[in-house]
Design a protein around this ligand. Structure first.
Ligand code: PEP
Ligand code: MG
Length: 849
């Protein structure tokens, strides 16, 4: 932040006044730029962050000095000016200075309706935002006249026991104070922090003379912008209220006329072609000098244009990408800046999946579409449950009557949010959009039975916690089950931006992909390869689960091998499909990892089923399952331990991989395969597995008469593997840090149970963040850095990466760049975000160095 002391608290904006966006805010700085461009901007005074903070604390500013530039009887507006306009701020308040005397005088000059409309608007804003009275008591009347004005002033007096303040200085003081305090409110703080604002983000205010838009010729006020806020496509939109074209209607469109020529009615272009042409010319000026697409607020007074304000055009995520790319393509900004301008999180909004329009919809209820995209998950009823579900890696939908700030972490953890109350500006809606989580609010026909933990549809249908539903945040529908989805449509601007990002980034981005569908998504998002293919996911489907269970129940190696021989062709087909999709890119296949009991049932019905499937008595099936159960399975017989105790499993997987490689090579596809051993904690484990895998490779090469290369590497996810990385790397071509297990084991914190107390821990500051969401750089990071260093000492050219859930996050990518990693691997949908983030980090480094 700039040194506050070099700037005055109150600054009359002139072309040369000392001003800075980090002291006065973006709006104030932008007004100065407009003034420098000799645009007709009314007198404006900027209040610095410092001044506004003092006002919030109850201290006053020098009102005489503040009001002096505006002359006697000023009519003023106050607007917020935060450092980044996206961080928001309190609503603008206009017509400050309106009072009874002024109203009487203005009735003479501009007519009773227009004068009353102005006073009514001010009283309304003052009552709601300054006196904090109930908005329902202060709606604007259809007929703005002396009578309706008196009614509103009387209501104000009845509610406050005070007359509406008449002194402009008092009015202004109160307005400034209420705006300053609103900035410190919890909601405002949370919202701006969700947009990346620092905790101590400041607010500036601008006080400006009102340009009334009143006179004999064409008069009125409006806003204009030159691109569509939703799509970013060039198009003039906005509104204009003409005072000359009959009496102005409050709030309604009656007094509104079109901006551009329109067969449906009069337009500003017809009424005032010169001013309109000036307005249109502003687009190029804004793009050329302000290097932005702006929304311009203006008034027209006797045909003359006044520019009151210009702010960055509000934009959807899609528009933000298109605008940045168009500015760079038109050489208004360099490509680097276009890449830096797009918030990576905004990309994930573009990536949201939608429900296939042809899919059958099992509609439960309709609500208000509050945040776009569709997502499926199991119903959870509290934020804690949502976090626990995320820690288990299970998709969930957070269902609440309404959300409060305490729910934010749960919303973050959920795939979608559904509330019974609220509208498009409710907490859930605003936060949902901010976080890019699909959200439907105000589904008031739905009810929750907390005792039975059920959600009840209007037709009496009940859905228990744990049942799967789908939230369509684009249409507002809530559906039962999981309808087929369509992947997001990614337009040219999106692709262009990411191509530019790839030119600037200096770390690889791969995807964690387990199925051909995941691999296809990874390719669509231009992942450089697969960084983690969790092969066990291939065994959960239909017939395979049954064969898997037979394998688990097999007596001895021969029997087991015989069953595994039946799994082999299925695995080979999986790998072949994966390799063909990834053509030429690296694919890192992780050998079997989970404990075997995950494939066995735990409840009575499941055990009966299993006994039937295996053709053994129930008691025998139960005894076998019990024999396999472990007190602490995540620290038990899993990963490489299984690979060593039951080597036939890895033998089969290695054979499936190599036979698939041989097959794709024969069909002319290039592929580089990496085989990764999970849960290693000792070098000897790697030696043993490597010897067997190499043996299988040689056998397959001989049998298929093909030559292929592959790499064998280790997943570093136990602290000991990180500590012993030097000798492990002697046998491993690559080390991939599995930050999920490494976090679990470094903290001694169960991934599956941490959700229970995580919010208490984070709330009380024990952990700054949930370490399963945000990589713990201080602890886990130190272990990774040490492992990387020791790994390099063991093998100079060892390939380093991370593949836990943290892989796509900004802090993890920054960490990996700092430590010279080769790539990060993350879920396919995070790949574009990671590509952009990596590019931004590289570009920011360039600026610093
Ligand atoms: C990890 O532990 O970080 C990892 C990627 O593997 P999994 O989540 O499958 O345990
Ligand atoms: Mg793991």
């Amino acid at each position: 932040m700039q040194q506050q002391s070099t700037y005055k608290q109150l600054t009359l904006i002139t072309p040369t006044a000392a001003m800075h966006a980090s002291v006065h805010g973006g709006r104030a700085k932008c007004l100065q730029r407009l003034i420098r461009l000799e645009m007709p901007v009314p007198v404006t005074v900027a209040l610095s962050f410092d001044a506004v903070q003092q006002i919030a604390r109850g201290q006053s500013v020098d009102m005489d000095a503040l009001m002096a530039p505006f002359g006697p009887q000023p009519l003023l507006s106050v607007r917020p000016s935060s450092q980044d306009p996206d961080w928001g701020g309190p609503s603008a308040i206009l017509n400050i200075g309106m009072n009874d005397a002024r109203h009487d005088a203005m009735c003479e000059t501009m007519g009773e309706w227009a004068a009353s409309a102005m006073y009514l608007r001010f009283v309304q804003a003052y009552a709601i935002h300054v006196a904090r009275l109930d908005p329902d008591e202060f709606y604007l009347p259809d007929v703005p006249d002396r009578l309706s004005l008196k009614a509103m002033l009387d209501t104000y007096e009845a509610e406050t026991d005070e007359q509406f303040p008449q002194d402009p200085a008092v009015q202004l003081t109160q307005v400034l104070r209420s705006m300053a305090r609103a900035w410190d409110g919890t909601t405002a703080r949370l919202l701006r922090q969700a947009k990346g604002a620092p905790q101590d983000a400041g607010l500036g205010l601008v006080v400006q003379a009102m340009a009334l838009g009143v006179g004999q010729g064409e008069c009125g006020s409006g806003v204009i912008q030159y691109v569509d806020s939703t799509t970013g496509v060039p198009q003039i939109t906005g509104r204009y209220m003409s005072q000359s074209q009959g009496r102005e209607a409050l709030g309604a469109a009656e007094g509104a006329i079109y901006l551009t020529r329109d067969p449906r009615g009069p337009s500003l272009e017809d009424l005032c072609p010169d001013a309109f042409a000036e307005l249109v010319a502003l687009r190029d000026i804004c793009r050329g000098y302000l290097r932005e697409e702006m929304q311009v607020e203006f008034t027209i007074e006797n045909g003359n244009l006044h520019i009151l304000d210009a702010v960055r055009v509000q934009r959807s995520s899609r528009a933000s990408v298109r605008i940045a790319v168009a500015l760079a393509e038109d050489e208004m900004i360099p490509r680097e800046e276009a890449v830096l301008r797009v918030e990576p999180a905004a990309l994930s909004e573009l990536l949201h999946r939608q429900i296939d329009p042809l899919a059958k919809r099992d509609l439960i209820v309709r609500g208000i579409a509050a945040s776009p995209g569709a997502a499926t998950g199991r119903i959870v009823l509290t934020a804690n449950e949502a976090q626990a579900s995320a820690a288990r890696g299970e998709a969930c939908v957070l269902v609440r009557r309404e959300t409060t700030p305490e729910d934010i972490r749960g919303m973050h953890a959920a795939q979608a949010v559904l509330t019974m109350r609220g509208g498009v500006t409710s907490h859930a809606a605003v936060i949902g959009r901010g976080l890019g989580v699909p959200c439907v609010v105000g589904a008031s026909d739905l009810s929750i039975d907390f005792k039975k933990r059920q959600v009840i549809a209007p037709n009496g249908r009940r859905f228990a916690a744990g049942d799967t539903i789908t939230v369509d945040g684009t249409t507002g529908q809530i559906l039962a089950g999981e309808p087929p989805m369509l992947e997001a449509a990614l337009d040219d601007a999106f692709q262009t931006l990411l191509q530019w990002a790839d030119e600037f980034r200096d770390i690889g981005v791969r995807a964690n992909a387990d199925t051909p569908a995941d691999a296809q998504t990874a390719r669509n998002f231009a992942a450089e390869g697969i960084g983690l293919c969790r092969t066990e996911h291939m065994f959960f489907e239909g017939e395979r689960l049954r064969v898997m269970r037979e394998m688990i129940f097999a007596e001895g190696g021969d029997d087991r091998r015989a069953v595994l021989d039946r799994l082999l062709p299925m695995q080979r087909a999986d790998f072949r499909a994966l390799f063909e999709i990834m053509q030429g890119r690296n694919v890192c296949v992780r050998l079997f990892d989970p404990p075997l009991h995950e494939f066995l049932p735990s409840d009575k019905a499941g055990l009966r089923d299993l006994a039937g499937q295996m053709d053994v008595p129930l008691h025998e099936a139960t005894a076998r399952v019990e024999a396999l159960s472990e007190y602490n399975p995540m620290l038990g017989m899993r990963g490489v331990r299984l690979g060593i105790a039951i080597p036939e499993i890895y033998d089969m997987q290695a054979r499936a991989i190599f036979e698939a490689i041989a097959a794709v090579i024969k069909s002319g596809t290039e592929i580089t395969v990496e085989i990764m051993i999970p849960l290693v904690s000792a070098m000897r484990e790697v030696e043993l597995v490597k010897a067997r895998v190499d043996g299988v490779a040689n056998a397959v090469m001989a049998e298929t008469r093909t030559e292929f290369e592959y790499r064998l590497g280790v997943m570093v996810e136990t602290p000991r593997a990180a500590l012993r990385a030097q000798d492990i790397a002697e046998h491993a071509a690559f080390l991939s840090f599995g930050t999920n297990d490494l976090t679990q084991m470094t903290y001694g914190l169960s991934r599956d149970d941490a959700g229970r107390f995580m919010s208490a821990y984070v709330q009380q500051g024990v952990y700054a963040e949930d370490p399963f969401h945000t990589l713990d750089i201080e602890g886990v990071g130190e272990l990774i850095a040490l492992g990387a260093e020791r790994g390099r000492a063991g093998r100079k050219d060892v390939i380093l990466s991370i593949c836990g859930e943290h892989g796509g996050s900004r802090s993890a990518i920054a960490f990996c760049r700092t430590h010279g990693f080769d790539y990060v691997s993350c879920s396919p949908f995070r790949v574009p975000v990671a590509r952009l983030t990596a590019a931004q980090l590289a570009l920011q480094d360039r600026v610093v160095s």
